[in-house]
Design a protein. Structure first.
Length: 212
């Protein structure tokens, strides 16, 4: 009966749209992306997945308030390759922390957050990208476009990244990012030889002395 009605009403299933070659190539490139940070765990930890997601969100906010470092999104994965009570923290696909946790919420959250804080600082050079650096640049530009113009003609994006990473590694804050860029401009301009790029590590050393 249903078949006859479909025939009478000329009802047809929508045809699946085939992707173009360009779209397929785009998908291949997107598949190359690797998460800067990820937390994976076994089935015993799965009941606490939402708690883990919520705590990581609060952790990222706390890091921003403390140091001005915007930690990229952390992917949370129930990995079937993990043992049942296993927890892993990965940086760009590489396991940098592994533990076999007691399957209790408090233990799991404490284990992940404590180690995520250490790993974020220790591996900051791998986490802090040029793309993130450009976002800080855009933020400062909204406040002082002249400052960014002056800095960028002396120090490239890669150099600014090295300066910001060096400051954060030393436990200093870049939350007052406009002040940091003012100091980059100041120290990079001193006795500047325009035939070469000012050493970012030397600029960072000078700035760290000015930060509380």
């Amino acid at each position: 009966m249903i078949g006859k009605l479909k025939t009478l009403l000329n009802i047809k299933k929508p045809k699946q749209v085939q992707k173009t070659l360009d779209e397929k190539i785009t998908d291949l490139f997107e598949s190359l992306q690797v998460d800067a940070l990820a937390v994976s765990f076994g089935d015993d930890i799965l009941p606490f997945a939402q708690n883990i997601v919520n705590c990581i969100g609060k952790f990222r906010v706390a890091m921003k308030e403390k140091s001005g470092f915007i930690i990229p999104p952390v992917r949370v994965i129930n990995d079937k390759d993990c043992q049942e009570n296993e927890i892993q923290i990965l940086v760009r696909g590489h396991v940098v922390f592994q533990d076999f946790a007691l399957p209790t919420k408090d233990y799991v959250l404490e284990t992940i957050l404590n180690n995520l804080a250490k790993i974020s600082t220790k591996n900051i050079s791998d986490i802090f990208t040029n793309e993130m650096t450009e976002k800080y640049i855009d933020l400062v530009q909204k406040n002082n476009s002249w400052l960014i113009w002056n800095v960028m003609r002396i120090v490239p994006v890669t150099g600014i990244k090295l300066i910001l990473v060096d400051i954060l590694k030393a436990g200093k804050s870049i939350k007052d990012i406009v002040f940091v860029f003012e100091k980059i401009c100041e120290y990079a301009s001193e006795n500047k030889d325009f035939m070469s790029t000012k050493d970012p590590s030397k600029i960072a050393e000078c700035i760290k002395k000015d930060l509380v």
